[in-house]
Ligand binder design. Structure first.
Ligand SMILES: C[S@@+](CC[C@H](N)C(=O)[O-])C[C@H]1O[C@@H](n2cnc3c(N)ncnc32)[C@H](O)[C@@H]1O
Length: 303
């Protein structure tokens, strides 16, 4: 690509060349797009400071030499470093909202976005007021909750001070400091006696085998956000034991465990996990009520 930026006469040609380059390079797409064309499009729009919903006629626009060089350099970094596009653009979309991201946080992609967009209907008895986004990373889940549920007060927590710095940038971006707070905490350690109507978490849940097999793109993300022991459940086991003490009487826990859902079902056959389904894809997200967690506390503690 470095040798042929001049071939990109127009925006459309640049997008096509990028897509072809990405396909030939065998890139993996799992961080916001699922194909080479969209990945190329996102980098070209970023290079030209164009919005994602720009009119398709922009494809005819001629590119200056400087623009071509800039685009070629982004394409090269995507291919040579295997950097997810979101880390190159510094932005990722979640639940229809753009978030600042960098390598201190995972690139947002949880199917939980769909639940937020439908304001958790029909899963909660009442609209949640106090919400905890445990393992918040960029803050995407909690901040999206705050924006979709304007009456809510949201706590974002994460063990990583570096991740929380990004989450705070996103709180400021949406001017939410009056309703959203960020707390550095290992699980519930710094949340003391607080109780929440809804605890939602996309914690680390990748097992050792899946971690070893992950495409290069994932190795740019913080490992603390992915790995969770041999069967991927180290964090979730602790969460299941402690969550009931931090939920209100009618509270609900929603947790993503991805492929580790099989190991979770095997580990706790008596726990009535409700596995949620998603129109846009994704799996391995369960719901348990506070009552169910209390009913199963002996099983969960034996863990
Ligand atoms: C899978 S990432 C999710 C980030 C974000 N919620 C999202 O969906 O994009 C998991 C996050 O959990 C955090 N984490 C890992 N262990 C933790 C612990 N013991 N207590 C709190 N947070 C933890 C990591 O720092 C990371 O930001």
């Amino acid at each position: 690509m470095k040798k042929r930026p001049a071939q990109m006469g127009t925006v459309g040609e640049a997008i096509r060349l990028g897509a072809q380059y990405f396909d030939e390079a065998g890139l993996y797409f799992g961080h916001g797009t699922d194909n080479a064309w969209d990945e190329s499009l996102s980098l070209v729009l970023y290079a030209l400071s164009l919005p994602w919903d720009v009119d398709a006629s922009v494809q005819q626009r001629e590119l200056s030499e400087a623009e071509q060089t800039c685009i070629a350099s982004l394409f090269d970094r995507r291919v040579e470093e295997r950097l997810p596009a979101a880390y190159l653009t510094g932005e990722a979309w979640f639940a229809g909202i753009p978030f600042h991201v960098d390598q201190r946080v995972l690139v947002p992609r949880s199917p939980i976005a769909e639940l937020i967009e439908s304001e958790f209907v029909p899963w909660l008895a009442a609209e949640p007021v106090h919400i905890l986004d445990l393992c918040t990373g960029s803050g995407c889940i909690g901040i999206a909750c705050a924006l979709y549920l304007p009456q809510s007060r949201v706590t974002l927590s994460d063990i990583s001070a570096a991740a929380l710095a990004v989450a705070r940038q996103n709180i400021d971006r949406y001017d939410l400091a009056d309703r959203v707070t960020a707390v550095e905490s290992d699980l519930f350690a710094e949340l003391q006696q607080q109780r929440f109507d809804l605890i939602v978490a996309n914690p680390p849940y990748v097992d050792q085998e899946d971690l070893a097999d992950m495409p290069a793109e994932y190795h740019h993300e913080p490992e603390i956000g992915l790995a969770s022991g041999l069967d991927g459940l180290d964090f979730t086991r602790r969460l299941l034991v402690e969550a009931a003490d931090h939920l209100t009487e009618q509270g609900v826990l929603i947790v993503e465990v991805g492929n580790s859902w099989v190991a979770l079902e095997d580990a706790y056959p008596e726990v009535p996990f409700l596995w949620l389904e998603f129109a846009r894809g994704g799996h391995g997200v369960f719901l348990l009520t506070a009552q169910q967690l209390r009913d199963c506390c002996a099983t969960l503690a034996a863990g």
